[in-house]
Design a binder for this molecule. Sequence first.
Ligand code: NAP
Length: 259
Amino acid sequence: MSAITGSTHQRRVLLLGGTAEARALAALLADQPAIAVVSSLAGRVVDPRLPVGEVRIGGFGGAAGLTRWLSEHHIDAVVDATHPYAARMRAAAVEAATTAGVAHLRLERPGWTAQQGDRWHRVPDVDSAVRMLPALGRRVLLTTGRQSLAAFLPLSGLWILARVVDAPAEPVPAHVQLLRSRGPYNVAGELELMRSHRIDVLVTKDSGGPLTEAKLAAARYLGLPVLMIDRPAPLASSMMVTTVEEAMRWLSGLPAQPG
Ligand code: NAP
């Protein structure tokens, strides 16, 4: 198990990561001597982009395991900068921070906004997307990630190009082609991908941010429908900011630890 190194005067922060925002925040905090930070990754991706500074990898064992971890490592604050769709980690972070009496902040980038010419169909979850998809197209670019891929596999009447960072453990059926790749993407590349595979519908989460938004511009340009899976509902109890700068301001307002 990793331990945060640092003096007793420092505030100790657990930064739940796996996003560009978490890496940006870790890089800024590396220059802050008053704050000792350890970044945490789930360990899903074989070759993750690592943040600057100390990193631990792997689950905590639910809210109870995280509560123990926070107290064993004398953590003063949890910044949850996991992906907008990492709903289990998000809930566990709130529960553990509350139980352990530790300050908690959610850093979550805003979702995307539809523009003129967009043909978005918003659905609340993956199951709704699976039900609606056959009515929207026949040749699908599926960009919702490896974890939701299994739900789309029974749609054998469609041809699916599934873009994933790592391949799933099980082989996929013949009507599904895997494309292993990791962003960022640009509009020219996304147009070429959609045209060369004669894609007629795009499926995406509302991840937000610039790294993967080029697919939306390409779909708009080609006039394609987009099946947009909404984010899980926000947690009422969570203090939330949307930018790394706001997270830095919140951290600078934490009470200093007695020496
Ligand atoms: P999730 O369903 O909310 O989390 C499942 C379990 O994975 C959690 O209960 C926790 O295990 C562990 N976990 C998740 N994030 C962790 C972290 N940062 N550090 C340590 N353990 C973590 O989350 P997910 O959708 O699988 O996402 C996993 C990671 O991938 C997150 O860090 C997220 O930021 C990143 N990511 C997710 C997506 C997406 O679309 N979901 C996209 C890009 C990046 P325990 O219960 O054992 O603690």
